[in-house]
Design a protein around this ligand. Structure first.
Ligand code: R5P
Length: 318
């Protein structure tokens, strides 16, 4: 067992950090974050962290770069204050979709973020449902890759579907759809989706039978909901009945409002890895990941197993 467990938060999602603390019967660590008149960020840790086992909660959400910088400064301040171990808890990983060099002369920003976190002093990363699990390989420190699948599954298992088919919105999501279909005793279908520009996607084909059946579309994140709108349109053209949608990260950016209000779906279920703005909360069902993160932090602190948290649903896939 390490020394005292402490949890700090950047400004990205304070309510999530507070909920985690409540579950662990802890008070949120006190840190001061402000900005000088020259726009430089300033951070100070307002309590002793010497030898403590410290977790800093900061998912990536708007404004992304400010949030990332806050996280780096908090970690650096904790390191210089002699924290015993520093874990960065990033429920939604920054720049997760910039994970490969698929055009000439572009950066691999997800890798760069990994280097920045490690250089700042993070000794462990805790994250949820990475866009590509291979991002773990961008680190040479431990990465605890958690999943919100059991939370979403629990919710959908209570629904009464008519001849359910689980739908992957693209070929890359097939493994995830298969996992849901196994747990919900339903077949799965795959959409042949291609990106045709930034924030634009086109569905060319539906692989599988969706006619006269209820559908559950599963994705890791929804950003503008442009892909979702296109997918729902095509699935309806193919004769789908009621459509439900589940996703871990409600990034909700750009034309999200316009797209969300026009979606012909019964329900959109997300988690709170990032905050959902008040005006969209009546359009989506938000499930909390606070218990999941609290349990993971407790186990990491005491040297318990993380994989046992998910083994039943994922069969060790994560
Ligand atoms: C893409 O690979 C992801 O899994 C999501 O489908 C994508 O992030 C959704 O983006 P948008 O909501 O902007 O279409």
């Amino acid at each position: 067992m390490r020394n005292e467990l402490k949890i700090f938060s950047g400004q990205a999602h304070v309510s999530l950090a507070e909920d985690i603390c409540k579950k662990l019967d802890l008070s949120l660590g006190v840190a001061h974050i402000s900005r000088f008149s020259n726009d430089n960020l300033f951070v100070s840790i307002e309590e002793s962290v010497r030898d403590a086992d410290v977790f800093v909660v900061q998912p990536s959400c708007y404004p992304v770069d400010t949030g990332l910088m806050e996280l780096l400064l908090l970690i650096d301040a904790l390191k210089r204050a002699s924290a015993g171990r520093i874990s960065a808890v990033v429920p939604y990983y920054p720049y997760a979709r910039s994970d490969k060099k698929d055009q000439p002369r572009i950066p691999i920003t997800a890798r760069l973020v990994g280097d920045l976190l490690t250089t700042a002093g993070a000794q462990r990363i805790v994250t949820i449902d990475l866009h590509a699990p291979q991002i773990q390989g961008f680190f040479s420190i431990p990465v605890d890759h958690l999943t919100a699948i059991p939370i979403l599954l629990d919710y959908f298992k209570k629904k009464e579907f008519y001849d359910l088919v689980v739908v992957s919105p693209d070929a890359g999501g097939a493994k995830l759809a298969e996992l849901y279909s196994r747990n919900l005793n339903a077949p799965y279908a795959i959409l042949d989706k291609r990106r045709c520009g930034i924030d634009r996607a086109q569905v060319r084909n539906v692989i599988g039978d969706v006619r006269d059946r209820d559908l559950l579309i599963i994705d890791d994140e929804i950003s503008t909901a442009g892909s979702l709108r296109e997918s729902v349109g095509v699935l309806k053209e193919h004769g789908a009945r009621d459509i439900y949608v589940g996703c871990t990260h409600p990034i909700f950016s750009g034309s999200i409002k316009e797209n969300l209000f026009q979606l012909d779906i019964v329900e959109l279920v997300v988690t709170n890895t990032v905050p959902v703005s008040q005006d969209l909360q009546d359009k989506v069902k938000v499930l909390s990941v606070a218990s999941l993160l609290a349990e993971a932090i407790k186990r990491i602190h005491s040297g318990g197993s993380i994989s046992q948290l998910f083994h039943q649903e994922t069969g060790g896939m994560m």
